[in-house]
Design a protein around this ligand. Structure first.
Ligand SMILES: [Mg+2]
Length: 292
């Protein structure tokens, strides 16, 4: 058995990011519309501005940094009456829709039994990446997560933290951390920069031919694998997005964010790279590990 390490992308490779983020952000918007009485368009645009600034629509403190908060300058009541129902709505939708793709858990379990190391390499910021693997209980199967830098807590002009006290406490207790370590990579190492993969190879002391890279983005995931000479497998199953979801995503997410989480959405038409192999489900990784 030649493959000793599988480096997997996360969004739209282990689970459908789009199938969860669209209903979760929409549920949050609905909760804010209900709590404030503001028009939906105002709420959407206000949140989208913050998401664009942080290049993530999982920035957990979007509401207190948005122009909506500027209209309610006292944090404690804003937190209770607006942020709280919005958080609850987001979490409920996440619980319902964020699920690993079929075969992911079984495959990760089998890889662990075979003592093949599996690490995740994602362009998502650390905090939401940790939360997602924790939520789906994938952190027991992954040896480490390699992520983009995490978020810090927003502060008011007086230096006070604009975050609910229970979140601060939970954060201090490490309640948001996953069971496996998360390593923040420099922002410039976003894929297709191969530096993240290079660091992983040197950390585990492996040669490129011992490593299989799996991901849904030809440009990013297949790109880094090719650059370093690792085996590559394109998670083609992660690239099928319905036209309807694509439209709903465009309303709530800027293209820069969509590109980071679901780069494949923009990868239609002629590609400079051709993946060595395409997967119709994640379980095929197991066959590859045995045969490559
Ligand atoms: Mg992806």
């Amino acid at each position: 058995m030649a493959i000793r390490l599988v480096v997997t992308d996360m969004d739209n490779t282990l689970y459908s990011w789009i199938d969860y983020i669209v209903p979760a952000v929409e549920a949050m918007v609905d909760a804010v519309v209900e709590a404030t009485g503001f028009p939906r368009i105002k709420v959407v645009q206000s949140l989208k501005n913050v998401y664009t600034k942080y290049e993530s629509n999982e920035y957990p403190f979007a509401l207190q940094e948005s122009s909506i908060y500027a209209e309610f300058p006292e944090f404690a009541s804003f937190d209770k009456l607006i942020i709280d129902p919005a958080r609850t709505a987001f979490s409920a939708a996440r619980k319902k829709y964020l699920k690993p793709y079929k075969g992911v858990v079984e495959t990760l379990t089998a890889l662990k039994e075979k003592r093949v190391i599996v690490v995740a390499l994602t362009d998502a910021p650390r905090n939401p990446a940790q939360q997602r693997v924790k939520h789906m209980k994938l952190d027991g199967w992954l040896t480490a997560l390699y992520t983009m830098p995490g978020f810090t807590f927003p502060e008011g002009p007086d230096g006070s933290k604009l975050v609910a006290p229970d979140i601060l406490l939970k954060n201090e207790r490490g309640a948001y951390e996953a069971a496996c370590p998360a390593i923040e990579l420099p922002r410039e190492w976003e894929k297709p920069n191969p530096a993240g993969l290079k660091k992983i190879l040197s950390t585990y002391g492996l040669q490129p031919h011992e490593v299989l890279v799996v991901g849904d983005s030809v440009k990013k995931d297949i790109g880094v694998a090719r650059e370093l000479g690792c085996h590559d497998a394109w998670a083609e199953y992660g690239t099928y997005v319905s036209h309807e979801y694509r439209e709903r995503l465009d309303i709530i997410s800027s293209s820069a964010i969509t590109r980071r989480h679901a780069a494949h959405v923009f990868e239609t038409g002629q590609q400079a790279l051709k993946p060595t192999r395409a997967l119709s489900n994640f379980a095929q990784v197991l066959e590859l590990v045995d045969t490559l």
